[in-house]
Design a protein around this ligand. Sequence first.
Ligand code: CA
Length: 238
Amino acid sequence: MSINIMIVEDEPAIADLVGVYLRNENYKVHIFHGGEPALATLETTIYDLAILDVMLPDMDGFSICRKIREDYFFPIIMLTAKVEDIDKITGLTIGADDYITKPFNPIELVARVKTQLRRYKRYNHAGNDKIGSDFSERTKNEYDFAGLIINKDTHKCSLYGEVISLTPLEFNILWFLCENKGRVVPTEELFEQVWGEKYMNSNNTVMAHIARLREKMNEPSRKPKFIKTVWGVGYTIE
Ligand code: CA
């Protein structure tokens, strides 16, 4: 199965360069010079990842990102030249998973693409090859805890009937905590499971994502109802 990557970039030189590097990794590359034509293909092509330039002639990359996130869950990497844009992206309000600033080294972009794809695939296929061996636990695909419903097949999450729009990382964090309900998940374990990388002690990434997740769930920071912090250890859903 080929891996489809959407590239939306209006500068042909950059789009072609990125295309060459990604094709070299055997990815199927779909290049668009504007947002509208790219979005028009969402229903006919199953994408595994998108790389979106922020400054485009027809619509900006943030709008494309939001539009994709209404229905799709694949990772999105933003390309940006402006520092202000990075704030928007790292604020994680638009649903992007990573960003890279121009000018960039194509090799670094390829590395980021691989990291995102690894997380995405790992999450999507986790447990699939184990069906039969450990059927009852591994095939659980939905949790319903006191108004919080999270479904792994549809990637949808709702709280008291209201849909919560989560980025893939946020979804994976919440899913992993739900899977381990009742147990305190150490921050290190959570990071390594969700990010698929070695945990560094100085890393505040998990905390930042949990904070954002609680915000989306309208959780009071002092007394969160769902995701509880166990100081010095990690997080738990009771
Ligand atoms: Ca541009």
